[in-house]
Write a protein that binds this ligand. Structure first.
Ligand SMILES: *Cc1c(COP(=O)(O)O)cnc(C)c1O
Length: 488
Protein backbone atom coordinates (compact mmCIF):
# COMPACT_ATOMS: atom_id res chain seq x y z
CA UNK A 1 0.00 0.00 0.00
CA UNK A 2 1.41 3.38 -1.00
CA UNK A 3 1.22 6.60 1.01
CA UNK A 4 0.87 6.72 4.76
CA UNK A 5 -1.31 3.67 5.28
CA UNK A 6 0.05 0.90 7.54
CA UNK A 7 2.58 -1.48 6.01
CA UNK A 8 1.13 -4.20 8.17
CA UNK A 9 -2.60 -3.80 8.64
CA UNK A 10 -2.88 -6.74 11.01
CA UNK A 11 -0.34 -5.30 13.43
CA UNK A 12 -1.99 -1.90 13.28
CA UNK A 13 -5.41 -3.42 13.83
CA UNK A 14 -4.14 -5.29 16.90
CA UNK A 15 -2.67 -2.09 18.30
CA UNK A 16 -5.94 -0.26 17.64
CA UNK A 17 -7.87 -2.93 19.53
CA UNK A 18 -5.37 -2.66 22.37
CA UNK A 19 -5.86 1.11 22.58
CA UNK A 20 -9.60 0.71 22.64
CA UNK A 21 -9.43 -1.92 25.37
CA UNK A 22 -7.03 0.18 27.42
CA UNK A 23 -9.27 3.22 27.20
CA UNK A 24 -12.31 1.17 28.19
CA UNK A 25 -10.41 -0.05 31.27
CA UNK A 26 -9.29 3.45 32.05
CA UNK A 27 -12.79 4.87 31.81
CA UNK A 28 -14.39 2.07 33.78
CA UNK A 29 -12.02 2.77 36.68
CA UNK A 30 -11.69 6.52 36.30
CA UNK A 31 -13.11 7.20 39.78
CA UNK A 32 -10.33 5.21 41.48
CA UNK A 33 -7.47 7.48 40.54
CA UNK A 34 -6.68 11.04 41.61
CA UNK A 35 -8.86 13.68 39.97
CA UNK A 36 -5.82 15.73 38.97
CA UNK A 37 -2.15 15.57 39.79
CA UNK A 38 0.61 18.07 39.13
CA UNK A 39 2.71 17.15 36.11
CA UNK A 40 6.30 16.17 37.04
CA UNK A 41 8.84 18.57 35.62
CA UNK A 42 10.41 15.83 33.52
CA UNK A 43 7.10 15.20 31.78
CA UNK A 44 6.61 18.90 31.06
CA UNK A 45 10.18 19.23 29.78
CA UNK A 46 9.69 16.11 27.66
CA UNK A 47 7.20 18.12 25.64
CA UNK A 48 8.84 21.51 25.93
CA UNK A 49 12.21 20.23 24.68
CA UNK A 50 11.08 17.72 22.08
CA UNK A 51 12.37 18.83 18.66
CA UNK A 52 10.42 18.54 15.43
CA UNK A 53 10.82 14.93 14.30
CA UNK A 54 12.59 14.47 10.98
CA UNK A 55 11.79 10.80 10.65
CA UNK A 56 8.76 8.79 11.67
CA UNK A 57 8.19 7.22 15.09
CA UNK A 58 6.37 3.91 15.28
CA UNK A 59 2.83 4.17 16.63
CA UNK A 60 3.49 1.77 19.56
CA UNK A 61 6.18 4.23 20.74
CA UNK A 62 3.85 7.19 20.41
CA UNK A 63 1.12 5.31 22.21
CA UNK A 64 3.60 4.57 25.01
CA UNK A 65 4.35 8.29 25.33
CA UNK A 66 0.63 9.04 25.45
CA UNK A 67 0.05 6.43 28.17
CA UNK A 68 2.98 7.63 30.28
CA UNK A 69 3.03 11.36 29.78
CA UNK A 70 -0.46 12.48 28.76
CA UNK A 71 -3.11 10.17 30.16
CA UNK A 72 -2.19 10.55 33.87
CA UNK A 73 -1.94 14.34 33.65
CA UNK A 74 -5.23 15.33 32.07
CA UNK A 75 -7.35 17.98 33.76
CA UNK A 76 -9.59 15.35 35.33
CA UNK A 77 -13.05 16.29 34.09
CA UNK A 78 -14.03 12.66 33.56
CA UNK A 79 -13.63 12.00 37.29
CA UNK A 80 -16.79 12.24 39.42
CA UNK A 81 -15.06 14.63 41.83
CA UNK A 82 -14.08 17.12 39.18
CA UNK A 83 -16.36 20.04 40.03
CA UNK A 84 -14.21 23.08 39.47
CA UNK A 85 -15.47 24.42 36.21
CA UNK A 86 -18.42 23.78 33.97
CA UNK A 87 -16.94 20.75 32.18
CA UNK A 88 -18.82 17.71 30.96
CA UNK A 89 -17.64 14.21 31.85
CA UNK A 90 -17.87 12.59 28.42
CA UNK A 91 -19.35 9.22 27.52
CA UNK A 92 -18.28 5.98 25.89
CA UNK A 93 -20.81 6.62 23.12
CA UNK A 94 -19.19 9.96 22.39
CA UNK A 95 -15.72 8.47 22.43
CA UNK A 96 -16.67 5.81 19.90
CA UNK A 97 -18.41 8.37 17.70
CA UNK A 98 -15.19 10.40 17.68
CA UNK A 99 -13.31 7.39 16.42
CA UNK A 100 -15.85 6.73 13.67
CA UNK A 101 -15.87 10.39 12.67
CA UNK A 102 -12.08 10.45 12.48
CA UNK A 103 -12.13 7.28 10.41
CA UNK A 104 -14.54 8.87 7.96
CA UNK A 105 -12.58 12.17 7.93
CA UNK A 106 -15.53 14.12 6.57
CA UNK A 107 -15.44 17.86 5.89
CA UNK A 108 -18.78 19.43 6.76
CA UNK A 109 -18.23 22.86 5.30
CA UNK A 110 -20.65 21.85 2.58
CA UNK A 111 -21.34 19.63 -0.46
CA UNK A 112 -23.79 16.82 -0.79
CA UNK A 113 -23.15 13.96 1.63
CA UNK A 114 -24.77 12.17 4.55
CA UNK A 115 -22.66 13.73 7.33
CA UNK A 116 -24.17 17.13 6.40
CA UNK A 117 -27.64 15.62 6.76
CA UNK A 118 -26.67 14.32 10.21
CA UNK A 119 -25.71 17.84 11.27
CA UNK A 120 -28.97 19.23 9.85
CA UNK A 121 -30.81 16.62 11.89
CA UNK A 122 -29.08 17.46 15.17
CA UNK A 123 -29.58 21.18 14.57
CA UNK A 124 -33.30 20.50 14.04
CA UNK A 125 -33.34 18.41 17.22
CA UNK A 126 -31.61 21.18 19.14
CA UNK A 127 -34.24 23.63 17.91
CA UNK A 128 -37.05 21.31 19.02
CA UNK A 129 -35.34 20.74 22.35
CA UNK A 130 -35.22 24.46 23.07
CA UNK A 131 -38.68 25.34 21.76
CA UNK A 132 -37.48 26.99 18.55
CA UNK A 133 -39.31 26.46 15.24
CA UNK A 134 -37.98 23.60 13.09
CA UNK A 135 -37.06 26.17 10.47
CA UNK A 136 -34.50 27.76 12.77
CA UNK A 137 -30.96 27.65 11.43
CA UNK A 138 -27.85 26.73 13.34
CA UNK A 139 -24.39 25.30 13.21
CA UNK A 140 -22.12 23.27 15.46
CA UNK A 141 -19.00 25.13 16.54
CA UNK A 142 -16.17 24.68 19.02
CA UNK A 143 -18.13 26.05 21.96
CA UNK A 144 -20.37 28.78 23.30
CA UNK A 145 -17.59 31.34 22.96
CA UNK A 146 -17.84 31.03 19.21
CA UNK A 147 -21.60 30.51 19.30
CA UNK A 148 -22.04 33.79 21.20
CA UNK A 149 -19.71 35.52 18.73
CA UNK A 150 -21.79 34.28 15.78
CA UNK A 151 -24.94 35.50 17.52
CA UNK A 152 -23.45 38.96 18.16
CA UNK A 153 -22.44 39.24 14.51
CA UNK A 154 -25.84 38.03 13.31
CA UNK A 155 -27.64 40.45 15.61
CA UNK A 156 -25.53 43.38 14.42
CA UNK A 157 -26.22 42.51 10.79
CA UNK A 158 -29.91 42.11 11.46
CA UNK A 159 -30.39 45.73 12.49
CA UNK A 160 -31.23 48.53 10.09
CA UNK A 161 -28.50 48.95 7.48
CA UNK A 162 -27.13 45.55 8.46
CA UNK A 163 -26.07 44.72 4.93
CA UNK A 164 -24.16 47.94 4.42
CA UNK A 165 -22.46 47.12 7.70
CA UNK A 166 -21.09 43.93 6.13
CA UNK A 167 -19.61 45.79 3.20
CA UNK A 168 -18.60 49.07 4.78
CA UNK A 169 -17.99 48.30 8.42
CA UNK A 170 -19.34 50.46 11.22
CA UNK A 171 -18.52 53.77 9.57
CA UNK A 172 -18.84 55.70 12.78
CA UNK A 173 -22.10 54.07 13.85
CA UNK A 174 -22.22 53.34 17.58
CA UNK A 175 -23.95 50.01 18.07
CA UNK A 176 -24.36 49.06 21.72
CA UNK A 177 -25.53 45.87 23.42
CA UNK A 178 -26.45 44.87 26.98
CA UNK A 179 -25.63 41.96 29.25
CA UNK A 180 -25.63 41.52 33.00
CA UNK A 181 -22.46 41.96 35.01
CA UNK A 182 -22.57 38.22 35.58
CA UNK A 183 -22.44 37.42 31.84
CA UNK A 184 -19.58 35.24 30.61
CA UNK A 185 -16.37 36.96 29.57
CA UNK A 186 -16.69 35.62 26.04
CA UNK A 187 -19.44 38.19 25.33
CA UNK A 188 -17.11 41.13 25.84
CA UNK A 189 -14.60 39.29 23.70
CA UNK A 190 -17.27 38.79 21.03
CA UNK A 191 -17.87 42.56 20.97
CA UNK A 192 -14.14 43.07 20.70
CA UNK A 193 -13.75 40.56 17.86
CA UNK A 194 -16.79 41.96 16.07
CA UNK A 195 -15.06 45.34 15.99
CA UNK A 196 -17.71 46.93 18.17
CA UNK A 197 -15.35 47.40 21.10
CA UNK A 198 -15.82 46.04 24.58
CA UNK A 199 -17.19 49.40 25.78
CA UNK A 200 -20.15 48.81 23.47
CA UNK A 201 -21.22 45.93 25.70
CA UNK A 202 -22.99 47.66 28.58
CA UNK A 203 -22.74 45.67 31.79
CA UNK A 204 -26.05 45.88 33.63
CA UNK A 205 -26.07 45.46 37.44
CA UNK A 206 -27.69 42.40 39.01
CA UNK A 207 -30.03 42.00 41.95
CA UNK A 208 -29.43 40.00 45.13
CA UNK A 209 -30.25 36.76 43.27
CA UNK A 210 -27.58 37.60 40.63
CA UNK A 211 -30.23 38.24 37.94
CA UNK A 212 -30.14 41.21 35.59
CA UNK A 213 -31.81 44.26 37.13
CA UNK A 214 -34.52 45.21 34.59
CA UNK A 215 -34.91 48.77 35.87
CA UNK A 216 -31.18 49.37 35.49
CA UNK A 217 -31.34 47.94 31.98
CA UNK A 218 -34.12 50.31 30.98
CA UNK A 219 -32.28 53.30 32.41
CA UNK A 220 -29.12 52.41 30.52
CA UNK A 221 -30.89 51.84 27.18
CA UNK A 222 -32.84 55.12 27.52
CA UNK A 223 -29.64 56.98 28.32
CA UNK A 224 -27.86 55.45 25.30
CA UNK A 225 -30.75 56.30 22.99
CA UNK A 226 -30.77 59.86 24.29
CA UNK A 227 -27.04 60.03 23.59
CA UNK A 228 -27.59 59.05 19.97
CA UNK A 229 -26.22 55.51 20.24
CA UNK A 230 -27.79 52.52 18.44
CA UNK A 231 -28.85 49.80 20.90
CA UNK A 232 -29.18 46.53 18.94
CA UNK A 233 -28.88 43.58 21.30
CA UNK A 234 -29.73 42.40 24.78
CA UNK A 235 -28.22 39.18 26.12
CA UNK A 236 -29.79 37.10 28.87
CA UNK A 237 -27.87 34.27 30.48
CA UNK A 238 -29.58 31.00 31.34
CA UNK A 239 -27.16 29.60 33.90
CA UNK A 240 -24.39 32.07 34.74
CA UNK A 241 -21.01 30.56 35.05
CA UNK A 242 -20.26 31.79 38.58
CA UNK A 243 -23.47 31.01 40.43
CA UNK A 244 -25.85 29.34 37.97
CA UNK A 245 -28.38 32.18 38.20
CA UNK A 246 -30.83 32.79 35.35
CA UNK A 247 -31.66 36.28 34.06
CA UNK A 248 -35.39 37.18 33.84
CA UNK A 249 -35.79 35.79 30.33
CA UNK A 250 -39.52 36.49 29.70
CA UNK A 251 -39.08 40.10 30.84
CA UNK A 252 -36.01 40.43 28.65
CA UNK A 253 -37.94 39.07 25.66
CA UNK A 254 -40.71 41.63 26.20
CA UNK A 255 -38.18 44.40 26.72
CA UNK A 256 -36.30 43.48 23.53
CA UNK A 257 -39.56 43.48 21.60
CA UNK A 258 -40.60 46.88 22.95
CA UNK A 259 -37.25 48.44 22.09
CA UNK A 260 -36.69 46.61 18.81
CA UNK A 261 -33.58 44.80 20.09
CA UNK A 262 -32.28 41.37 19.16
CA UNK A 263 -32.73 39.02 22.13
CA UNK A 264 -29.91 36.52 22.53
CA UNK A 265 -29.67 33.91 25.27
CA UNK A 266 -26.35 32.50 26.42
CA UNK A 267 -27.50 29.07 27.53
CA UNK A 268 -24.07 27.45 27.41
CA UNK A 269 -24.99 24.87 30.01
CA UNK A 270 -28.29 26.14 31.43
CA UNK A 271 -30.23 25.64 28.19
CA UNK A 272 -30.06 21.92 28.90
CA UNK A 273 -32.29 22.47 31.94
CA UNK A 274 -35.12 22.48 29.38
CA UNK A 275 -34.75 18.70 29.29
CA UNK A 276 -35.69 18.31 32.95
CA UNK A 277 -39.34 18.70 33.83
CA UNK A 278 -38.29 19.89 37.29
CA UNK A 279 -35.88 22.59 36.13
CA UNK A 280 -37.35 23.61 32.76
CA UNK A 281 -39.53 26.31 34.38
CA UNK A 282 -36.37 28.04 35.63
CA UNK A 283 -35.25 28.71 32.07
CA UNK A 284 -38.68 29.52 30.67
CA UNK A 285 -38.49 32.35 28.18
CA UNK A 286 -35.44 30.83 26.48
CA UNK A 287 -37.70 29.80 23.61
CA UNK A 288 -38.57 33.47 22.97
CA UNK A 289 -35.01 34.35 22.01
CA UNK A 290 -33.85 35.39 18.54
CA UNK A 291 -30.76 33.28 19.02
CA UNK A 292 -29.31 30.86 21.57
CA UNK A 293 -25.79 29.66 22.30
CA UNK A 294 -25.37 26.30 24.00
CA UNK A 295 -22.81 23.57 24.52
CA UNK A 296 -23.23 19.87 24.07
CA UNK A 297 -19.86 19.31 25.76
CA UNK A 298 -21.07 20.55 29.14
CA UNK A 299 -24.32 19.20 30.59
CA UNK A 300 -25.04 17.01 27.55
CA UNK A 301 -21.74 15.13 28.15
CA UNK A 302 -20.66 15.04 24.49
CA UNK A 303 -16.86 14.89 24.32
CA UNK A 304 -15.06 18.16 23.56
CA UNK A 305 -15.65 20.10 21.52
CA UNK A 306 -19.29 20.63 20.62
CA UNK A 307 -20.98 24.01 20.90
CA UNK A 308 -24.02 25.17 18.97
CA UNK A 309 -25.68 28.39 17.89
CA UNK A 310 -29.32 28.55 16.84
CA UNK A 311 -31.02 31.47 15.10
CA UNK A 312 -34.80 31.58 15.13
CA UNK A 313 -35.50 33.27 11.82
CA UNK A 314 -34.37 31.54 8.67
CA UNK A 315 -32.11 33.61 6.47
CA UNK A 316 -30.58 35.84 9.14
CA UNK A 317 -27.52 33.68 9.67
CA UNK A 318 -26.86 33.27 5.95
CA UNK A 319 -27.32 37.02 5.50
CA UNK A 320 -24.50 37.44 8.00
CA UNK A 321 -22.03 34.86 6.73
CA UNK A 322 -22.75 33.64 3.19
CA UNK A 323 -20.26 34.70 0.57
CA UNK A 324 -20.56 34.18 -3.13
CA UNK A 325 -17.21 33.02 -4.29
CA UNK A 326 -17.07 31.44 -7.72
CA UNK A 327 -15.08 28.41 -6.63
CA UNK A 328 -17.70 27.53 -4.08
CA UNK A 329 -20.63 27.95 -6.46
CA UNK A 330 -23.38 25.50 -5.74
CA UNK A 331 -24.63 23.01 -8.31
CA UNK A 332 -28.09 21.58 -8.84
CA UNK A 333 -26.72 18.01 -8.74
CA UNK A 334 -23.48 16.16 -8.15
CA UNK A 335 -21.12 16.41 -5.19
CA UNK A 336 -21.30 20.21 -5.12
CA UNK A 337 -25.09 20.36 -4.70
CA UNK A 338 -27.07 20.59 -1.47
CA UNK A 339 -26.89 24.30 -0.62
CA UNK A 340 -27.26 26.05 1.76
CA UNK A 341 -24.11 24.78 3.36
CA UNK A 342 -22.85 25.07 6.90
CA UNK A 343 -20.02 27.33 5.70
CA UNK A 344 -22.78 29.88 4.94
CA UNK A 345 -23.83 29.95 8.59
CA UNK A 346 -20.59 30.72 10.37
CA UNK A 347 -16.94 31.68 9.85
CA UNK A 348 -15.57 28.15 9.28
CA UNK A 349 -15.17 26.61 5.84
CA UNK A 350 -13.47 23.31 6.69
CA UNK A 351 -15.31 21.69 9.58
CA UNK A 352 -15.19 18.27 11.23
CA UNK A 353 -17.98 15.80 11.90
CA UNK A 354 -18.92 17.01 15.40
CA UNK A 355 -22.47 16.14 14.52
CA UNK A 356 -21.82 12.40 14.81
CA UNK A 357 -20.98 12.49 18.53
CA UNK A 358 -23.88 14.88 19.13
CA UNK A 359 -26.20 12.47 17.31
CA UNK A 360 -24.92 9.48 19.31
CA UNK A 361 -25.40 11.51 22.50
CA UNK A 362 -28.90 12.85 21.82
CA UNK A 363 -30.16 9.60 20.31
CA UNK A 364 -28.16 7.39 22.66
CA UNK A 365 -29.63 8.82 25.84
CA UNK A 366 -32.70 10.65 24.63
CA UNK A 367 -34.31 13.67 26.20
CA UNK A 368 -35.14 11.52 29.23
CA UNK A 369 -31.61 10.30 29.79
CA UNK A 370 -30.07 13.76 29.50
CA UNK A 371 -32.89 15.30 31.54
CA UNK A 372 -32.13 12.91 34.36
CA UNK A 373 -28.46 13.93 34.25
CA UNK A 374 -29.63 17.53 34.79
CA UNK A 375 -31.89 16.41 37.63
CA UNK A 376 -29.12 14.36 39.20
CA UNK A 377 -26.55 17.17 39.09
CA UNK A 378 -29.01 19.65 40.63
CA UNK A 379 -29.90 17.15 43.35
CA UNK A 380 -26.24 16.62 44.18
CA UNK A 381 -25.71 20.41 44.31
CA UNK A 382 -28.63 20.75 46.71
CA UNK A 383 -27.21 18.00 48.89
CA UNK A 384 -23.95 19.93 49.14
CA UNK A 385 -25.81 23.17 49.88
CA UNK A 386 -27.70 21.41 52.68
CA UNK A 387 -24.45 20.22 54.24
CA UNK A 388 -22.87 23.66 53.99
CA UNK A 389 -25.89 25.35 55.55
CA UNK A 390 -25.91 22.84 58.41
CA UNK A 391 -22.24 23.33 59.22
CA UNK A 392 -21.22 26.08 61.67
CA UNK A 393 -17.83 26.70 60.02
CA UNK A 394 -19.13 26.96 56.47
CA UNK A 395 -21.06 29.77 54.81
CA UNK A 396 -23.08 29.86 51.58
CA UNK A 397 -22.20 32.82 49.34
CA UNK A 398 -24.92 32.59 46.69
CA UNK A 399 -28.31 30.96 46.33
CA UNK A 400 -28.30 27.63 44.48
CA UNK A 401 -30.41 27.92 41.34
CA UNK A 402 -29.29 24.89 39.37
CA UNK A 403 -26.05 22.97 39.80
CA UNK A 404 -23.54 25.50 41.15
CA UNK A 405 -22.71 26.01 44.82
CA UNK A 406 -20.53 28.89 46.05
CA UNK A 407 -19.50 28.74 49.68
CA UNK A 408 -16.49 29.23 51.95
CA UNK A 409 -14.87 28.19 55.17
CA UNK A 410 -15.91 31.11 57.33
CA UNK A 411 -13.69 30.70 60.40
CA UNK A 412 -10.06 30.15 61.29
CA UNK A 413 -8.27 33.09 59.68
CA UNK A 414 -8.26 36.88 59.62
CA UNK A 415 -8.00 36.75 55.88
CA UNK A 416 -10.73 34.36 54.77
CA UNK A 417 -10.11 35.17 51.11
CA UNK A 418 -6.54 33.96 51.34
CA UNK A 419 -7.56 30.92 53.40
CA UNK A 420 -10.23 29.77 50.95
CA UNK A 421 -8.01 30.46 47.95
CA UNK A 422 -5.26 28.29 49.45
CA UNK A 423 -7.71 25.59 50.46
CA UNK A 424 -8.93 25.21 46.91
CA UNK A 425 -5.35 24.73 45.70
CA UNK A 426 -4.62 22.29 48.57
CA UNK A 427 -7.65 20.27 47.57
CA UNK A 428 -6.73 20.24 43.89
CA UNK A 429 -3.21 19.05 44.71
CA UNK A 430 -4.52 16.38 47.07
CA UNK A 431 -6.17 14.65 44.10
CA UNK A 432 -9.33 14.08 46.17
CA UNK A 433 -11.47 16.66 44.39
CA UNK A 434 -11.14 19.63 42.07
CA UNK A 435 -13.37 22.57 42.97
CA UNK A 436 -12.37 26.04 41.75
CA UNK A 437 -12.14 29.45 43.37
CA UNK A 438 -14.12 32.49 42.34
CA UNK A 439 -15.15 35.81 43.82
CA UNK A 440 -18.80 36.25 44.79
CA UNK A 441 -20.01 39.48 46.39
CA UNK A 442 -16.40 40.47 46.87
CA UNK A 443 -15.59 37.30 48.80
CA UNK A 444 -13.34 34.47 47.68
CA UNK A 445 -15.55 31.43 47.28
CA UNK A 446 -15.05 27.72 46.84
CA UNK A 447 -17.04 27.05 43.70
CA UNK A 448 -18.53 23.67 42.98
CA UNK A 449 -20.19 23.14 39.61
CA UNK A 450 -21.84 19.74 39.29
CA UNK A 451 -21.83 18.97 35.57
CA UNK A 452 -20.60 15.39 35.46
CA UNK A 453 -23.11 12.55 35.11
CA UNK A 454 -20.90 10.40 37.35
CA UNK A 455 -21.01 12.69 40.40
CA UNK A 456 -23.04 11.56 43.42
CA UNK A 457 -23.96 12.90 46.85
CA UNK A 458 -21.23 10.72 48.31
CA UNK A 459 -18.64 12.53 46.20
CA UNK A 460 -19.78 15.79 47.81
CA UNK A 461 -19.38 14.29 51.28
CA UNK A 462 -15.87 13.08 50.44
CA UNK A 463 -14.97 16.53 49.08
CA UNK A 464 -16.34 18.34 52.16
CA UNK A 465 -14.63 15.99 54.63
CA UNK A 466 -11.37 16.59 52.83
CA UNK A 467 -11.88 20.36 52.73
CA UNK A 468 -12.58 20.46 56.46
CA UNK A 469 -9.52 18.35 57.21
CA UNK A 470 -7.36 20.64 55.06
CA UNK A 471 -8.85 23.67 56.80
CA UNK A 472 -8.08 22.16 60.20
CA UNK A 473 -4.48 21.67 59.13
CA UNK A 474 -4.05 25.23 57.88
CA UNK A 475 -5.77 27.03 60.69
CA UNK A 476 -4.86 24.76 63.63
CA UNK A 477 -8.42 25.44 64.52
CA UNK A 478 -10.75 22.79 65.72
CA UNK A 479 -12.84 22.71 62.58
CA UNK A 480 -15.72 20.36 63.17
CA UNK A 481 -16.08 17.34 60.97
CA UNK A 482 -19.26 16.78 59.02
CA UNK A 483 -22.29 16.07 61.08
CA UNK A 484 -23.96 12.69 60.69
CA UNK A 485 -25.72 12.08 57.41
CA UNK A 486 -28.38 14.67 56.80
CA UNK A 487 -31.95 13.56 57.14
CA UNK A 488 -33.26 12.81 53.65
C1 LIG B 1 -18.83 27.75 29.33
C2 LIG B 1 -19.58 28.98 29.09
C3 LIG B 1 -19.30 29.82 28.01
C4 LIG B 1 -18.16 29.56 27.07
O1 LIG B 1 -18.38 28.37 26.38
P1 LIG B 1 -17.19 27.54 25.76
O2 LIG B 1 -17.85 26.30 25.30
O3 LIG B 1 -16.21 27.28 26.87
O4 LIG B 1 -16.60 28.34 24.66
C5 LIG B 1 -20.12 30.92 27.80
N1 LIG B 1 -21.13 31.20 28.64
C6 LIG B 1 -21.41 30.43 29.71
C7 LIG B 1 -22.57 30.79 30.59
C8 LIG B 1 -20.65 29.29 29.98
O5 LIG B 1 -20.94 28.50 31.02
Amino acid sequence: MAGLDPKNWDEMRALGHQMLDDMFDNLEHVAEGPVWQPMPDAVRQGFAKQPLPQTGTALPDLYGQFTQSVLPYAVGNRHPRFMGWVHGGGTVQGMLAEMLAAGLNANLGGRDHAPVEVERMVIRWAATMLGFPETATGVLVTGSSLANFIAVLTASRAVKKGLTLRAEGLHGRKLVGYAAQTAHGCLARAFDMAGLGTDALRRVPVDAAFKMDMAALRTQVDADLAAGLEPFLVVGTAGTVDTGSVDPLPELAAFAQAYGLWFHVDGAFGALARLSSTYAPLVAGLELADSIALDFHKWAQTPYDAGCVLVREEGKQAATFAQSLAYLSREDRGTAAGAPWFCDLGPDLSRGFRALKVWFTLAGFGVEGLGSVVDGCCRVARHLAGRVEAHPDLEMLAPVTLNIVCFRVSVGADNLDALNGELVKDMQESGVAVPSATVVQGKRAVRVAVVNHRTTEQDMDIMLESLLALAAKRTNLDVSALADPLPA
